[in-house]
Design a protein around this ligand. Structure first.
Ligand code: URA
Length: 210
């Protein structure tokens, strides 16, 4: 597994406003959307393409287009949904699958309550969207499910990650073809499993249920 922290002033700028407790839900949603597009730019650096012949108004030439099989984008419901538009804007040919994961607030263990994905993912590049890599429990379950279906190249895109979550993913998925792309690697998790300094509950802040 590889972890890539995107080091870019625009990412840092937008993340700072996202973190600010005074930022309202509409602004939070807009910034999360913009951030995903910046992170997706890095995350799709190795997206597969194929050569295509085209004719410009001036000459014949060869270019590239996104190849088949189509990449699959999988937002983790609920907060990952707020990252979907920004992602498919960059990957218009992508197919979209859904995973509904819920974390038990007492044990912090994740379980799946909704699963809408192609059964066979062999040879597919998969982009998983989850804003907060906290304990890593949700993403371990999600990535294992993708690999069970044959995915051979998984990229997890998150806005923020905690070192504990990255370590847990590394321990559970070591050697697996998984890349984590994050806007920042924060200090730690607190006793409730929140990322510190973090931004609070991403779903609540996105959907205004604080
Ligand atoms: N999920 C969130 O939304 N926020 C955290 O800080 C941790 C998990």
């Amino acid at each position: 597994m590889r972890t890539h922290v995107v080091d870019h002033p625009l990412v840092a700028h937008k993340l700072t406003t996202l973190r600010d407790a005074r930022t309202d839900s509409p602004t939070f949603r807009r910034l999360a959307d913009e951030l995903v597009t910046l992170l997706a730019y890095e995350a799709t650096r190795d997206v597969r393409t194929e050569l295509v012949d085209i004719t410009t108004p001036v000459a014949e030439t060869t270019g590239v287009r996104l190849s088949h099989p189509r990449p699959l984008v999988v937002p983790i419901i609920r907060a990952g949904l707020g990252m979907l538009d920004g992602m498919v804007r960059l990957l218009p040919t992508a197919e979209v699958g859904f995973l509904g994961m819920i974390r038990d607030e007492a044990t912090l263990e994740a379980s799946t309550y909704a699963n809408r994905m192609p059964e066979d993912l062999s040879g597919r590049q998969v982009y998983v969207l989850d804003p907060m890599l906290a304990t890593g429990g949700t993403l371990v379950v999600a990535v294992r499910e993708l690999m069970r279906r044959g995915a051979d190249d998984v990229t997890v895109i998150c806005l923020l990650a905690a070192p504990e979550g990255v370590e847990r993913l590394e321990a559970a998925l070591s050697g697996a073809p998984v890349t984590v792309v994050t806007g920042a690697l924060d200090e730690r998790l607190n006793e409730q499993g929140y990322i510190v300094p973090g931004l609070g509950d991403a779903g609540d802040r996105m959907y205004g249920t604080v």
